[in-house]
Design a protein around this ligand. Structure first.
Ligand code: ZN
Length: 118
């Protein structure tokens, strides 16, 4: 227990020995920028979007094959490419995510009470 009386939660386990990184959306975007922004800005948003879509395709394959290890890798890649695209366009992902802060942006309910899409 911490001094606020809350039970300390263990971070979720990733693999057998790794521990999950705990970071905010903003911290992740800064990390991706430090790692890739220069190269990705030389390529530009058009070519970068193509790489993003390629990773989405790889995620589709992992999902179809039910390969959890591949899914974990591809979810990371899709998130990284999505985040770098946002940076190239000057979009803060943490601000964009606010769209969902109040639940469903259409009906404002949590869980969503809209009629399901077919
Ligand atoms: Zn809704």
């Amino acid at each position: 227990m911490d001094k606020m009386g809350n039970a300390r939660r263990e971070p979720p386990r990733v693999g057998t020995h790794e521990r999950a990184l705990s970071m905010t959306i903003e911290e992740f975007q800064r990390l991706i920028e430090r790692t890739y922004f220069e190269r990705d800005s030389r390529r530009g948003p058009g070519g970068t979007f193509m790489w993003f879509i390629e990773e989405v395709g790889e995620l589709a394959t992992a999902l179809r094959e039910g390969d959890k290890e591949a899914m974990r890798a591809e979810f990371a890649d899709v998130l990284a490419w999505l985040t770098t695209l946002a940076s190239l366009e000057g979009i803060e992902m943490s601000e964009a995510a606010q769209k969902y802060a109040g639940g469903c942006p259409r009906c404002r309910q949590m869980p969503c009470a809209c009629s399901p899409k077919k």
